[in-house]
Design a protein around this ligand. Structure first.
Ligand code: HEC
Length: 492
């Protein structure tokens, strides 16, 4: 008997050791499991000189804040990426998978095992200076702005004079804050010089350069990604072929959202512009969904706004700039295509004004003419909303002030490239409908010349090569073939 119980005891001990060993093998280690996640998803902001208040680069940095790191990744507050995963993928998507979040929490729960530094990926290398290389034109705020040690957030617009050389177009803009501890986000826009002069004249003296602005940036936001900067965002150029023609008589406005840091600071931002000689194929088309019917009672938790608008030509959506103010909670944009198919374009399930940004599609989304776009925004005007600016909550209406609200999503469209065949067919249809004067369903040389006398060469060419039945006239099929070839040759 005693022998037997000894055997039991021994086997229990062996089992215990085995369990402990398996556990040690499978327990996540910092260098092997956690460092790849942190270096990829956190280090861009959590490093010296960047927006976040402390670095997350080494084992000791992460261990020191382990619980907070586990909590904030679990709640998805960090890394700050507000778009929910959906059908459309965005450039620079920074979102942990459920597996990565669990790995971090398991690692913390198991006591933050360091593991072998040999397992760690190398420290990331971040480009010093301009991320897109040396800009063609560097614009800097003419004067620094003094940010007080404390007090409310500041929204202020600064003027930078701009002369774009003739024949040049802006293909990218890179914003660089002078002092990353105070700049929370920046909006770049253009405004007529006379309008700027009026704003500056109306501004009370003694408050430094620029003028006070509301939560909405004044002026016309630069199109696409160059128009808005948030910490950790890589500057993206406009889509190929869509450089921006600088509007005549306009200067650059840089609207900064400044957040006092606890000590007096100065801010003097710079903007690098990248230019091209290539004239743009066209301008980005802003498709603005904006709902002004804001009237939210104090305490109301789920106020909803809804807007619908039709797309009137075939387009490719290249990006989204959703915008609400402080008490906004969610926003979604859904497209219903002419055949009834629905596409969830963008969902933000946990709006945070401080992390608004521009969402550039990895692959542009084609929306045919006749698509309906629906946007829904919700707001929480209760005292429980941590972003509530008023204590106690007060009635909120539409406006640009810090305690006003709005529901907006600006989408950037470019016209969908027209298939030569479609364009040719529609040109043929149009010519036949309008210029077949004798109604014989054929176009003669004279009828074609009447349509457009400047196209004599094209008309001769069409009659020489596409009059298949050689009757000296172009019937419907012949005309279609001729127009399709003509459009295709122009595309080349
Ligand atoms: C886009 C920039 C950015 C990225 C990426 C980022 N952070 Fe942060 N983080 C910040 C900023 C800025 C703050 C300061 C608080 C704030 O402004 O919200 C912060 C604060 C924190 C805090 C402290 C919060 C507090 O309440 O004091 C923790 C912890 C944190 N981040 C962890 C992480 C982790 C972990 C990751 C990656 C999984 C990450 N962050 C990725 C910008 C970033």
């Amino acid at each position: 008997m005693p022998n037997n119980s000894l055997v039991h005891l021994l086997s229990a001990a062996v089992a215990f050791v085995l369990i402990a060993q398996t556990h040690a093998v499978s327990a996540p280690t910092y260098h092997r499991d956690i460092a790849p996640i942190i270096l990829d998803n956190c280090a861009a902001c959590h490093r010296p000189g960047e927006a976040a208040p402390f670095p997350l680069l080494q084992y000791a940095d992460v261990k020191r804040r382990a619980t907070q790191v586990a909590d904030l990744t679990a709640s998805r507050a960090m890394p700050p990426w507000k778009a929910s995963p959906g059908e459309v993928h965005f450039v620079g998507e920074r979102r942990l998978t459920d597996g990565q979040i669990k790995l971090i929490s398991d690692w913390v729960a198991a006591g933050c095992v360091e593991g072998d530094p040999k397992d760690s990926p190398p420290q990331p290398v971040f480009a010093d200076g301009w991320r897109n290389g040396p800009p063609d034109l560097v614009l800097t705020m003419p004067e620094p702005y003094a940010v007080p040690a404390d007090g409310p957030d500041i929204y202020r617009s600064f003027v930078i004079p701009v002369e774009i050389p003739k024949g040049k177009f802006v293909r990218a803009a890179e914003f660089r804050p002078g002092n990353r501890t105070v700049v929370h986000h920046a909006v770049l826009s253009t405004m007529k010089r006379e309008a700027i002069a009026k704003k500056l004249a109306a501004e009370p003296k003694g408050h430094g350069p620029g003028f006070k602005s509301g939560l909405n940036a004044p002026g016309d936001r630069m199109p696409g990604s160059p128009g808005i900067w948030v910490p950790g965002k890589d500057p993206l150029p406009l889509p190929d072929g869509y450089a921006m023609a600088w509007p005549q008589g306009c200067d650059l406005l840089v609207q900064l959202h400044l957040h006092p840091s606890g000590k007096a600071e100065v801010e003097q931002s710079s903007i690098g512009l990248y230019l091209t000689d290539e004239p743009p194929k066209g301008a980005l088309i802003p498709f603005v969904m904006m709902n002004r019917n804001v009237d939210i009672a104090p305490g109301q938790k789920d106020f909803t706004l809804r807007s619908e608008k039709a797309v009137t030509q075939d387009v490719d959506v290249i990006g989204f700039f959703p915008h609400m103010h402080l008490i906004g909670r969610t926003c979604t944009a859904t497209a219903t295509l002419p055949g009834g198919k629905k596409i969830n374009l963008l969902t933000i399930a946990d709006w945070d004004f401080r992390w608004q940004g521009y969402y550039q599609c990895k692959t542009p989304v084609r929306l045919p003419a006749g698509t309906m776009v629906e946007c829904v925004w919700t707001f929480d005007n209760s005292a429980e909303n941590p972003s509530q600016p008023s204590n106690p909550p007060k009635r909120v209406r539409f406006g640009e002030g810090t305690t006003d609200e709005m529901g907006a999503i600006v989408m950037d469209f470019v016209p969908a490239p027209v298939q030569p065949a479609e364009a040719g067919v529609s040109l043929a249809r149009d010519l036949m409908a309008r210029h077949d004067t004798n109604k014989d369903q054929k176009l003669s040389r004279a009828e074609l010349m009447k349509a457009d006398p400047s196209k004599e060469k094209d008309i001769e060419h069409a009659l020489a090569h596409f009059d298949a039945d050689k009757d000296g006239l172009l019937n419907e099929a012949e005309l279609k073939a001729a127009c399709t070839a003509l459009v295709a040759s122009r595309e080349r």
